[in-house]
Design a protein around this ligand. Sequence first.
Ligand code: SF4
Length: 493
Amino acid sequence: MEQARSGSVGPPRPTADVAAIGAPSDAEVRRYRTLEQRIAAAMADAPVIQSIRLATIRKVDQREAGMRALRDPEGLRELAARIKQHTLDQLPRYLEQFSRHAVAAGAQLHVADDAAAARRIIVEIARAKGSKLAVKVKSMTTEEVHLNDALLAAGVRTVETDLGEFIVQLDRDRPSHIVTPIIHKNRKQIAAAMQRELGVEYTEDPTRLSLLARDYLREVFRRCDLGVSGVNFAIAENGTIVICTNEGNGRMSTTRPRVHIALMGIEKLIPRLADLAVFLKLLARGSTGQPLTVYTTLINGARRAGEIDGPEELHIVLLDNGRSALLGGESSEVLRCIRCGACLNACPVYRNIGGHAYASVYPGPIGSLVSPLLTPSAGHHDLPRASSLCGACFAACPVKIDIPRQLVRLRATHKDRLPLDKRLGMKLWQRVMMSPRLYAWAQAGLRLALPGGQGGWVDGGPGPLKAWTLFRDLPPPAVKTFRQRWAEELADD
Ligand code: SF4
């Protein structure tokens, strides 16, 4: 490791095999554990959940302060939603416009219908260029297609350059938040991972840890021959792609290597450069409350003659992977998402279970929608149930996606895949609610099963009611039902 840090011999080694021997994949987790089991396991890890709670509550406060600083936050959200929906409604036209301008600016365009095609295209480019060491900007889309594993299998080592993603990779872990991938880790865990994998001193000082990571990554940047990124926004009128980061690694990764490959979901388009200002104001505020991300990089084609930096080749891979199937349908609003993470921070369920319990690249409320919608056969049908439908996600979303409405819709779609006990329970509930006599019996039964405890609140109950009342304050059922009182009132008259 001394060699790698000094930069004298050989490429940096510790992260070389991380992708191959990392934590169980999301698919493996889903295969062996139900949603309920994953949630129970997550909630049992009290220190992690406490860290996530504190971090998300802080982020909610920061977001609210950031939004309050805007002159008309509601108007801006409305405008952002309209621009995105308009673009989605006319996506073929804007895709054609973007493609024409991007090619004219010197980019090479590729179209990937699904994740496998995206991996194949990117691996072929890497092979053709003889790439051995890739640097990567944090990107949910590359996570979605599991790009790192494919590149590693093709002999290309990929090093994450966003600090959080770098630590996740180093620690053979999985990200647990779409903006803050190490929201579940504390300083001790980070320090231990860096000491173990990089052979550096043990320190819990955040500044020192950052400097150690920077030393390591600097050597990686010096040796890399391929840069891979996602795309935050793509501007149809001039073929420009936009990458937003807070650490400057995005610029290093897209200008230092000879070849830059940008994997872009087709929903990232916006019509005009002027529209970008609307989304830049909302993206960083939604994530961290910042007015803007620290680095906003606009890339228009590859390096031109006379320019001093930039890649010799820019490849833009347009990824569909289930997106076009949503266009024009009831779920198309889901494609407005700009991946700001505000809905995760606002969600009481996410706060109490963290990101890993979702066993999906996209966790949280938006993950409970996009995962089953984009990959219906991947076993994500239970995720829409991971919500209290309180509406906090909708209130936080900068592009006004009605997440609760979409979750209810998806629940209905997948109702036949509920576990047997839940299906039987819902059938029983339906019978009771549709029969006045059964309803009256159920009320009488509940009065017996849920007597008021100390202080007048229900603090226990038989069977499933015990778990239900464990964390919930519930007043005991009224001594007389509404119908009994109604009948008595009529009799008095
Ligand atoms: S759904 Fe809305 S709040 Fe959630 S990540 Fe997407 S844009 Fe942000």
